[in-house]
Design a protein around this ligand. Structure first.
Ligand SMILES: [Zn+2]
Length: 307
């Protein structure tokens, strides 16, 4: 009996040594928005490690063995789900006997069907059946932050009030962001926008806009001359003045389209992964979403009114 007690207390000590000395909750997130949400809600009670490196494509990413160890040694693994991270099911399987809390933030969101299937069928750009880009709607982002908050409260109830207070601050900021989008979109002349990455369906859904992915799949790949020709034709025939592109994914293809059509390119951020410069500039979900508002307002207003 005594020996068992010693064994148990040793176990307890080992258990304690795995968390940081000040009881920081070690969180691992799968890509940037979740990192940002966890950092904002967890504040100084958490330490967050994001496995997706800066500037790397979230859709084709594969974690390294080191990332797998980080997840297995974490106190909480936060991922998105909805088919964005193809590698996550394997990770979850490896965690099944480890008793590590996990949470999928997209669980709180009504998913839209993936628009990719209609436009192109490049295999390596296929997002699956559901569109995974939920966080680009501030309303969804609020639901996802609530899921992060609830999970933190569950695993660390002593700090429940702290997490709730942080959540309330950002929930208010997300309501403001939603209002800012509505105000900006109110006076636009066209509701259709062309994107290089079909990531904005949830945003379009919220604000009664229509995203078109005419050059989806052409970027960072070798487009066939026919595809490029079709994109250029579409822009010319429809008198498109502006296209929206993810600056980090911008490529020679966009340059060719710009040269051929004279179309203006405005940045629209998916916020899937930040570049080193954006991090240095202290950009985050909120600042980049404000830039998205500015781009949409400018791009959808400064167009030929006949369009
Ligand atoms: Zn994407």
């Amino acid at each position: 009996m005594k020996r068992r007690l010693i064994a148990l207390s040793l176990l307890f000590l080992v258990g304690c040594s795995q968390t940081k000395p000040n009881n920081t909750i070690n969180i691992v997130t799968s890509f940037y928005p979740l990192y940002d949400f966890a950092t904002k809600i967890g504040g100084d009670k958490v330490s967050v490690h994001n496995v997706l490196p800066n500037g790397v494509d979230a859709h084709s990413f594969e974690p390294s063995p080191k990332d797998m160890v980080a997840i297995q040694e974490s106190d909480l693994f936060i991922y998105h789900g909805a088919g964005l991270e193809a590698w996550v099911p394997t990770v979850l399987k490896s965690l099944s006997d480890k008793n590590i809390p996990t949470v999928a933030v997209s669980d709180g969101v009504v998913l839209l069907e993936n628009q990719d299937h209609d436009d192109h069928d490049h295999d390596d750009h296929d997002h699956g059946v559901s569109d995974p880009h939920t966080w680009l709607s501030p309303t969804n982002a609020k639901k996802e932050m609530a899921i992060v908050k609830d999970k933190l409260v569950e695993i660390d109830p002593d700090n429940a009030a702290y997490y709730t207070k942080n959540y309330d601050v950002y929930a208010t900021a997300l309501s403001t962001l939603d209002k800012d989008f509505r105000t900006a979109i109110e006076g636009v002349q066209t509701r259709e926008f062309l994107v290089d990455h079909l990531a904005f369906a949830y945003l379009a859904h919220d604000y009664d806009l229509v995203q078109k992915g005419v050059i989806q799949g052409l970027l960072s790949e070798e487009p066939t001359p026919k595809e490029l020709e079709l994109a250029i034709e579409y822009i010319e025939n429809n008198n498109i003045k502006v296209i929206f592109a993810v600056p980090t994914e911008s490529s020679k293809v966009v340059d060719v389209v710009v040269k051929e059509t004279g179309v203006t390119v405005l940045p629209l951020y998916t916020i899937e992964s930040l570049t080193g410069d954006q991090i240095k500039d202290k950009q985050d979900y909120f600042t980049l979403m404000q830039k998205n508002i500015e781009s949409l307002k400018e791009g959808l207003t400064d167009v030929d009114a006949s369009h």
